[in-house]
Design a protein around this ligand. Structure first.
Ligand code: SF4
Length: 370
């Protein structure tokens, strides 16, 4: 089976106050070069007979660093593995650091999909989120990518920001759709422990954005995306037909991927692992990993519905039986019945899926299968 590669670029121009991804601000260019060198050493250590069907360069902020580093990573991957002819190669970019020159260099390096951290097209919400760009920068960024010839552009939006109305978010969707963006992700703002937002909003977020209001906004936007011709193929992701993120879809299929770089997670040869969140230790030894879980057949079978229920396809009963040699209903019949009775799952046509109400309780429903 083909595999996938995720490269983590753990650098940002500044830390956004809501972010709990592993990245650091304030590192110099020498540190960046040493980290890329270490990532290339890691890539070169893997066995070369895998065919790679998707590569995702995420972060952090990949567009913050010199694009020559991105080209070097991709060259190293292609030198070590066989990249499939239709390999999807995605890079995440921020409007504050993308330039025309960088876009051209990504294209020359073989990148064929760009995910833009738009977050909002309203300056006041971008200011609340502590982002470095304003709405016009985000629009410029998408235009630069289009002019460079990128046809497969994705945009991330954050919803349920304090002070944001549903109309503001609807306006953002319509602008992005009008610009020809092929894929839109909408993530509700979550207040994570240890972030500046936790200190600012930890006690008040539910008063500022009541959970039922956040849910209403989510479902209104999902319907609007459908009206605009986007298919909501996963809880937070919608796209024009044929523009699903193949890389992210591989996670929901439970496929294996190499996780390259400090803070990256991977899943290879049945083992889920993580590199420590530490740039300096990674530079010193890019092979150190912490094993998170050995995925035996039983764990994989329980994880399968946990992952697949995120998607609008849900669990395909035939595919499950082919993969695990058991009927889904023999293994999970009781939990499916319970959730169907509560209106959280629907079963029919050879699939088990979350209902709209089930989406609102997705964490609890999906965890029940583990
Ligand atoms: S740019 Fe992205 S990764 Fe960097 S701090 Fe902001 S949200 Fe986090």
């Amino acid at each position: 089976m083909a595999k996938h590669i995720y490269c983590h670029i753990p650098f940002c121009a500044a830390k956004c106050p809501y972010c709990d991804f592993y990245s650091e601000a304030g590192r110099d260019s020498e540190c960046v070069s040493r980290l890329i060198e270490a990532m290339c050493r890691e890539i070169s250590s893997y066995k070369a007979d895998d065919v790679i069907s998707t590569i995702y360069i995420g972060g952090g902020t990949p567009s913050f660093i010199d694009p020559a580093h991105i080209a070097r990573l991709l060259d190293t991957i292609r030198g070590r593995f066989t990249a499939a002819e239709d390999c999807e190669i995605t890079i995440e970019v921020n409007p504050s650091s993308l330039t025309e020159d960088k876009a051209l260099k990504y294209k020359a390096a073989g990148v064929n999909r760009v995910s833009v951290g738009v977050q909002s097209l309203h300056d006041k919400h971008l200011a609340t989120l502590g982002r470095l760009h304003d709405a016009s920068k985000a629009i410029d960024c998408i235009n630069i990518l289009k002019e460079t010839g990128f046809g497969n552009i994705s945009a991330d939006l954050i919803i349920a920001v304090p002070g944001q109305s549903t109309d503001d978010a609807l306006e953002d969707l319509n602008t992005l759709a009008g610009m020809g963006v092929k894929h839109i992700s909408t993530y509700s703002l979550s207040i994570e422990h240890g972030t500046p937002f936790f200190a600012r909003y930890g006690d008040t977020i539910e008063d500022l954005v009541p959970p039922e209001e956040e849910r209403r906004m989510y479902h209104t936007l999902r319907s609007e995306l459908e009206r605009l011709g986007y298919i909501p193929y996963e809880i937070s992701n919608s796209c024009r037909p044929g523009y699903e993120s193949r890389h992210n879809s591989s996670y929901w299929e439970g496929e294996e991927y190499y996780g390259i770089g400090a803070g990256a997670h991977g899943y290879v040869d049945g083992i889920r692992y993580a590199h420590p969140d530490d740039i300096d230790s990674y530079i010193g030894d890019p092979f150190t990993t912490e094993t998170e879980e050995v995925m035996d057949e039983d764990s994989a079978m329980h994880e399968y519905p946990f992952l697949k229920l995120r998607t609008s396809e849900g669990v395909d009963l035939k595919a499950f039986a082919e993969r695990f040699g058991r009927e889904f209903t023999d293994v999970f019949g009781e939990i499916v019945r319970e959730n169907v009775n509560k209106g959280l799952l629907t079963a029919g046509g050879g699939h088990v899926r979350l209902t709209d109400k089930g989406i609102d309780w997705s964490n609890a429903v999906m965890s029940g299968f583990l």
